[in-house]
Write a protein that binds this ligand. Structure first.
Ligand SMILES: Nc1ncnc2c1ncn2[C@@H]1O[C@H](COP(=O)(O)OS(=O)(=O)O)[C@@H](OP(=O)(O)O)[C@H]1O
Length: 602
């Protein structure tokens, strides 16, 4: 049969091909899922489930999915992960066997998955499972575990980058004493060292592409946190984090110098970005000194050049900085918002003060976006501060993130202080909306500038109102731009965790009209030596903002490019919004205890 090549026939053919494609894809996809769902991680999770009622730790990236446990897709194949779970009752000694050829030893898994498995250690490295074997024996057999070559006295003998290990190194590894957390694990000194509660190891396998190699270069060892305070009864496996290992091994001072999130998570691309940024701020001479230090570190640790991954570079860098008495500390001052209230300019001004060390980058977004990465990550986002400096970061979303103050209270030192920048709530809301619209169309704008050509102040005002009011014409309090401007609601949430004297309110308008006055208040609040003076600042008409005299770049950077006009409202809509904000402003002022904001009663 010969089909005529008409448009209709072509369409039919395309449709048929798509259907076939879909069917094939769904079949293969389903199979892939089944394979993933039954790999050793889910088995490992089941073992853990029988031990601790299914509370497999989040930080091991094992999460519940469709009734069974499977590792979160974080770029690793299941075969890259290994784990050790010490079941309760440390009794069994009979070693289980690996099948030796990379497959999972089914009997070992089944054995330990049942209640009979209690009391046995289950160790999973790569896709081998061992039951009842001593951790130290397994480590000795495996020969190397990256991530344990902690600095100097905490070092484990490291044996190559997996895959192509040298024969000689292998021998060395079997004969050398192995150190874990700075202790000889072949001669444990107390029971808790003998009994690791959880060890999770990510091990590289035969990776091919560079990207995969990078990803696979992670091995994590986690110990039960309770080991630290010596209360094995209070075991809570959910609390285990990979950073506990380092923190257990180092004294407080060493911890500050060496513990580094990127050392343990070299796959986190942020590490590379921040490292580059940090070095780019240095003079060429200083950069050379850092590279020399890295080389010293490499030789001291007997590492090959290939070993110097980004995690180790961070360790070397923090060692170098430690020598200059500079270290990464958790922030002591946080500008928590509000968005579009001049927070970027504020951060830029305050960073001029010699006693302030600004975090890397404009915003950190720890309490609102990356909290699950842990405090070590947060610390690694801070710049290397001198002993007399206060560490500062700003993230405007903290103000409106409900969980932020609780987490900040729990995690930060008690001397932390907060700055809140605020602004006329209506102007802020319009600026906020413009910011979000700009981000939304930035891509389209790049492709076709004409897309914003017809957007006027009036049209933007209309777009704003279509969101700011509901269909009955009432203010839509849950619209983001309106919600953020309701300062009192957010401030109350923060006040329920911190006392009033922990906060300083900075008004954007005053930052424009009299920057010196505002910044001097900040100096007093933070107990800094006076640095700013009135003659430093001027108002730049073109930039419509405060700038600083005598600097190569006199004005702070803008947080978003102004490709759209600010929205203009008709008087009726403006009145309605003002009526909405007024009582909230008044309540806010009562709480703050000062009333020199020009916009409160508008
Ligand atoms: N130098 C200087 N002095 C005073 N005010 C300034 C300065 N630079 C920026 N701005 C104004 O700050 C508004 C942006 O605020 P943020 O930096 O907090 O925005 S962001 O939340 O970080 O996106 C933004 O407001 P709009 O222009 O209304 O959008 C800026 O005009």
């Amino acid at each position: 049969m010969v089909l005529r090549l008409t448009r209709r026939n072509l369409l039919m053919l395309l449709l048929a091909l798509s259907v076939i494609g879909l069917v094939v894809y769904s079949k293969i996809g389903a199979r892939v899922n089944i394979i993933r769902g039954t790999t050793f991680t889910s088995r490992l999770a089941k073992i853990g489930q029988s031990v601790n009622n299914g509370n497999i730790k989040q930080n091991n990236k094992i999460s519940e999915r469709k009734g069974s446990y499977t590792r979160e897709r974080d770029g690793f194949d299941d075969a890259d992960v290994a784990g050790v779970i010490r079941l309760p009752h440390d009794s069994a000694q009979d070693p289980g066997e690996s099948d030796g050829n990379g497959g999972v030893d089914e009997s070992a898994v089944q054995d330990s998955g049942s209640d009979d498995g209690k009391g046995k250690t289950v160790i999973v490295i790569g896709n081998k499972v061992r039951v009842g074997k001593k951790l130290e024996d397994v480590i000795a057999e495996e020969g190397f575990i990256e991530g344990l070559n902690l600095p100097q006295e905490n070092r484990i003998k490291e044996l190559g980058e997996g895959g192509g290990r040298e024969e000689e190194e292998k021998k060395e590894g079997n004969s050398e004493t192995v150190f874990l957390d700075g202790e000889e694990i072949s001669k444990p000194q107390n029971d808790s060292q003998k009994n690791p509660q959880v060890v999770v190891i990510k091990e590289r396998t035969g990776m091919k592409t560079d990207k995969e190699k990078h990803k696979s270069r992670i091995i994590k060892i986690s110990w039960n946190r309770d080991r630290e305070n010596g209360s094995p009864e209070k075991k809570d496996q959910k609390n285990v984090t990979s950073s506990s290992v380092v923190s257990l091994s180092a004294s407080t001072d060493d911890r500050k110098a060496y513990t580094h999130y990127f050392f343990e998570n070299p796959q986190d691309l942020k590490g590379r970005k921040l490292y580059t940024r940090c070095l780019s701020k240095m003079s060429p001479e200083e950069r050379n000194r850092v590279h020399e230090w890295e080389e010293k570190y490499r030789q001291r640790e007997s590492l090959t050049k290939g070993h110097m991954n980004i995690g180790r570079k961070w360790i070397a860098l923090s060692e170098y900085m430690k020598g200059l008495r500079r270290e990464q500390r958790l922030p002591q001052v946080i500008n928590i918002g509000a968005k579009k209230s001049g927070t970027t300019a504020f951060g830029w001004f305050i960073a001029m003060h010699p006693q302030i060390s600004h975090s890397f980058g404009n915003e950190v977004h720890f309490f609102d976006k990356t909290y699950e990465k842990g405090l070590e990550y947060y610390r690694s986002r801070m710049n290397f501060a001198k002993p007399n400096q206060l560490v500062f970061e700003k993230t405007p979303r903290y103000l409106v993130t409900d969980s932020a103050p609780g987490h900040a209270k729990k995690d930060l030192p008690s001397n932390v202080k907060f700055i809140i920048c605020i602004r006329d709530p209506l102007k802020r809301a319009l600026s906020d909306f413009r910011h979000d619209s700009t981000l939304g169309i930035r891509r389209a704008y790049k492709l076709n500038p004409a897309i914003v050509k017809n957007r006027t102040a009036i049209s933007e005002g209309k777009r704003f109102c279509s969101r700011a009011f509901d269909k009955d014409g009432n203010v839509n309090a849950s619209f983001d731009s309106v919600r953020t401007s309701s300062y009192v609601k957010h401030f109350k949430n923060w006040l329920s965790h911190f006392p009033r004297d922990k906060f300083l309110i900075v008004d954007h308008q005053r930052l424009v009209d009299d920057a010196y006055h505002e910044l001097h208040r900040v100096e007093q609040f933070l107990e800094l030596e006076p640095y700013f003076n009135p003659s430093m600042f001027y108002f730049d008409k073109r930039r419509r903002g405060t700038c600083v005299k005598g600097r190569p770049m006199p004005c702070p950077p803008r947080s978003s490019p102004g490709i759209l006009p600010a929205g203009q409202l008709d008087p009726e809509q403006e009145r309605k919004l003002r009526d909405y904000f007024r009582p909230l402003n008044q309540e806010f002022v009562k709480l703050v205890g000062a009333n020199n904001f020009t916009w409160v009663d508008l």
